[in-house]
Design a protein around this ligand. Structure first.
Ligand SMILES: [Zn+2]
Ligand SMILES: [Zn+2]
Length: 200
């Protein structure tokens, strides 16, 4: 699959065309190429993306998931919650990682497009005409690499996952199964979080 097909499929998966998902596709591809690895089929790679919650541009995460194969379903991606547009990709086999960050050189031009003006006025991306969606995609896709990203050094960094806890307890209050690390002690009994009444 060439890059333009990857972009096309990623945007189909994403559901609309936008600058942040396009940036995610370019940056995800750059990260796997910097490491010299293939898209993860299982858990060969692990990604930490710096986006947070409830902010614009989180679409970045879909471009990263599609291109790196690090997905929330496989559990080999996580958000660090910093509200930023960067990814650190770990190759577990070689113990190396690279951080690639979006570079906002184009942001004034992106902000001036009809697409972004409509988004700022609260129009959902999916209701904006195709040609206006494509305008922002091409701004980001056709720009020189140096204008849209900073590729950090590839350095030695291991990704080690916490060991999986496979023990469960049956909550005496609701009778449901809860993984041990999530059980709470309330009134001297070991119960599930919901039955404990404690805030999460
Ligand atoms: Zn989007
Ligand atoms: Zn319970």
């Amino acid at each position: 699959m060439d890059d333009i097909e990857i972009l096309d499929q990623a945007l189909t998966f994403h559901g609309h065309r936008c600058w942040a998902s396009t940036a995610g596709v370019r940056i995800g591809l750059a990260a796997i190429r910097a490491l010299g690895v293939k898209r993860a089929g299982a858990k060969e790679l692990h990604a930490v993306i710096e986006i947070g919650d409830h902010h614009g541009g989180m679409c970045f995460g879909d471009g990263i998931q599609f291109t790196t194969g690090c997905t929330f379903g496989k559990g080999n991606i996580e958000k660090s919650g910093e509200g930023k547009f960067a990814v650190t990709l770990f190759d577990k086999a070689s113990g190396r990682a690279v951080r690639v960050a979006y570079r906002p050189t184009l942001q004034p031009r992106i902000g001036a497009t009809p697409f972004m003006r409509k988004r700022a006025a609260g129009v959902p991306a999916s209701q904006i005409p195709d040609e206006e969606q494509l305008e922002v995609v091409h701004l980001v896709w056709d720009a020189p690499e140096d204008d849209v990203m900073t590729i950090g050094p590839v350095d030695a960094r291991d990704w080690s996952e916490p060991e999986e806890v496979v023990r469960f307890v049956v909550c005496p209050s609701c009778g449901e199964l809860v993984a041990e690390p999530y059980a709470r002690v309330a009134d001297g009994r070991v119960v599930c979080g919901a039955c404990s009444g404690y805030p999460r």
